[in-house]
Design a protein around this ligand. Structure first.
Ligand SMILES: O=P(O)(O)OC[C@H]1O[C@H](OP(=O)(O)OP(=O)(O)O)[C@H](O)[C@@H]1O
Ligand SMILES: O=C(O)c1cc(=O)[nH]c(=O)[nH]1
Length: 202
């Protein structure tokens, strides 16, 4: 795997590409850096013949900025107004952070939060860490979803913490029924930026 190839005029990290350029560049980077073909066991215990290791994207110096731009546009384009975005640690953590950073660059006060896998048993005893989510409109984000179980754990924890969950948003949908399952159980839209076919995984 060589150094990522740069698109046309995107020569400086501080450049803000158009949303079309950002979407295409991020799609390329995911395909190039995150898609791993071969037998793998997933979080659900299921077997699959490919894995999308999105931590290689959300923690990447260039891709992280694109994640913020693409995910913020995804949520905005669906007409969803929100105050904070985050999800179940750790895949969701840099996604929420990227959205917060891009929003801030555009003078928008969007917070992030981290949903622990279990409530902390000491200190503040919280499962949702960060600025208070009580009474606030929040988006539960994920890097990817297979069964939707992780996203639903985040939704439940957020509701228990007093948040109004307005949507779930994931970077890559694996076309395994997660979107439908999340929408049925959580009762909110589940948006995704890239499908399996966008990444040539059909
Ligand atoms: O839709 P699901 O079946 O829940 O699977 C998707 C989840 O699996 C991965 O996280 P993982 O559980 O591997 O944990 P990590 O984020 O701590 O690495 C990924 O980041 C999602 O959170
Ligand atoms: O279902 C999972 O555990 C899973 C699938 C995938 O493609 N990527 C990932 O990080 N987790």
């Amino acid at each position: 795997m060589g150094a990522p190839i740069r698109l046309g005029n995107m020569t400086n990290l501080s450049d803000t590409p158009t949303i079309e350029e950002a979407r295409e560049r991020l799609r390329q980077l995911i395909s190039e850096l995150a898609v791993v073909r071969g037998k793998v066991t997933l979080a659900s215990g299921k077997e699959a013949d490919y894995y999308v290791d999105l931590r290689r994207i959300t923690l990447h110096h260039e891709a992280s900025r694109l994640v913020g731009q693409v995910m913020l546009d995804l949520i905005d384009s669906a007409g969803i107004e929100f105050d904070a975005a985050g999800g179940l640690t750790m895949g969701a953590d840099p996604v929420g952070h990227a959205i917060m950073r891009t929003a801030g660059d555009n003078d928008r006060a969007i917070d992030t939060f981290v949903v622990r896998k279990a409530q902390k048993s000491y200190g503040m005893g919280r499962q949702v860490e960060g600025p208070s989510v009580v009474g606030r409109r929040v988006v539960a984000v994920e890097d990817t979803s297979t069964t939707g179980g992780s996203a639903l754990t985040a939704v439940e924890a957020l509701r228990n913490a007093g948040a109004e969950v307005v949507a779930v948003a994931v970077i890559v949908d694996r076309a395994t029924g997660a979107k439908e399952h999340i929408e049925e159980i959580a009762g909110v839209p589940c948006l995704y930026a890239y499908s399996k076919s966008d990444l040539g995984l059909d």
